[in-house]
Design a protein around this ligand. Structure first.
Ligand SMILES: [Zn+2]
Ligand SMILES: [Zn+2]
Length: 421
């Protein structure tokens, strides 16, 4: 028997209210902030991610799903949304639009070959926002605010917003040098991943989740102490803006985010008292990214969060949502001659806007009533020889058992009395 591939799940009907709720909240909020929806392909040329996410990141090194298509071109299932959105910004000449261009996507499928665990799958879905074309700290503040309000909007409480600045091309080399000097004597005691990171991507030493590496990260030099004047001014304005709109943030010097393209602002939103890999979502500024994609230098800032992880936390926090409403009525019939008129009635009622299903064929009336009960329908409409002859239908209320004849033409208004003019 076939099963879902490891790290993937079916989103079954009972879970759909959570998905619809998260999507509706994200859509409403993003549009309230002036963002417009964009959907990009789920696969892109592999080079796009190597160029943007970075060759030495865990994502590109170990986690991408890549394949050669039939013409031999290397394609990659997208591991994140920003690269594709920036590619679209360039491809469609969005630099001529008023800047920043505010874009969002909802429940966009992403793919990473990762060890599956709670809230972490190989196919997962992102809510994603990008504001491209404006370097100002007020845009960073806006994106952080949008993220914060989104989590509150889906019903999550007691969250922590952590914030940091990792500088830019001007000041980061000096900071990385300080980091290397600090870590050099510690290398023998680091985990295998960190030994590699020390050479390839020293910033990532700070967010190692291994217990043995964490004390070193806590004492490591801080990027905020190495910011150039411009980055310092940007940081000061961002924190002042967040204070102004009363967003509670915690500065964490170990927050660096996993991807190479971040500059200056990085932030994450964490659920209450959880393990290390529990980030709900995060983002930051990526002023160098579009240049890496061979566009003219264009600043950007964005945010992404995993829908699966949001829903997991909604359930943990006891957020409950109504299930999809059951069908209003089941149309039952007795005798072959009534089948056609029953089918026609179900069709007419659906055309009138009611949710109605036809009972399964070849069943006794009693079995059809049981079927309606299992579906939690409010009514059963019964067609038999008499009803067909008289142009009526027998309407039975499932709750009280009350039963009466109504003209077929009146069936819709009888089921939804408020529609009577
Ligand atoms: Zn480590
Ligand atoms: Zn700087």
């Amino acid at each position: 028997m076939f099963k879902t591939p490891r790290g993937t799940v079916d989103i079954l009907p009972d879970d759909q209210p959570y998905w619809r709720h998260v999507e509706a909240q994200a859509t409403e909020l993003c549009e309230r902030f002036g963002y417009r929806r964009i959907d990009t392909p789920i696969f892109e040329e592999s080079g796009l991610f190597v160029r943007s996410v970075g060759e030495a990141t865990d994502v590109v090194e170990k986690e991408t799903y890549s394949f050669s298509d039939r013409s031999g071109d290397s394609m990659t299932l997208r591991p994140e949304a920003t690269a594709g959105v920036c590619r679209a910004y360039l491809q469609h000449g969005m630099h001529v639009l008023p800047q920043p261009v505010r874009l969002y996507s909802v429940s966009a499928p992403m793919f990473r070959y990762d060890r599956p665990q709670a809230g972490r799958q190989r196919q997962f879905h992102h809510v994603n926002v990008e504001a491209i074309g404006d370097p100002d700290a007020s845009v960073d503040s806006e994106v952080v605010e949008l993220a914060w309000r989104f989590f509150a909007g889906v019903g999550l409480r007691n969250l922590t917003l952590v914030l940091n600045s990792i500088g830019d091309q001007a000041c980061r080399p000096g900071y990385l040098e300080a980091l290397r000097r600090y870590y050099e004597p510690l290398v023998p005691g680091l985990c295998a991943d960190c030994k590699r990171r020390f050479h390839e991507n020293p910033l990532r030493l700070l967010d190692c989740k291994k217990e043995s590496c964490q004390p070193h990260a806590r004492e490591a030099p801080r990027s905020l102490d190495h910011l150039c004047e411009a980055c310092r001014a940007h940081w000061d304005e961002l924190t002042a803006s967040l204070d102004l709109v009363a967003l509670p943030y915690t500065v964490d010097h170990r927050l660096v985010r996993g991807l190479d393209y971040y500059t200056r602002t990085v932030f994450e939103v964490l659920p209450p008292a959880e393990g290390a890999q529990s980030t709900l979502g995060g983002g930051g500024r990526y002023d160098g990214l579009i240049e890496q994609l061979e566009g003219r230098p264009t600043p950007g800032v964005g945010f992404a969060c995993g829908v699966e992880r949001i829903i997991l936390n909604m359930k943990r926090q006891g957020v409950t949502l109504a299930q999809q409403a059951p069908v209003k009525a089941v149309v039952a019939y007795v005798g072959g001659a009534a089948k056609g008129p029953a089918l026609k009635l179900a069709s007419d009622l659906r055309a009138a806007g009611l949710s109605v299903v036809l009972a399964p064929a070849g069943k006794s009336l009693k079995a059809q009533m049981r079927f309606a009960g299992a579906l939690q329908a409010s009514y059963v409409l019964i067609m038999g020889d008499d009803e067909v002859r008289d142009g009526t239908v027998t309407l039975k209320e499932m709750a009280g058992g009350e039963q009466r004849q109504v003209p077929v033409a009146d069936a819709a208004t009888t089921l939804e009395p408020r529609w009577v003019l």
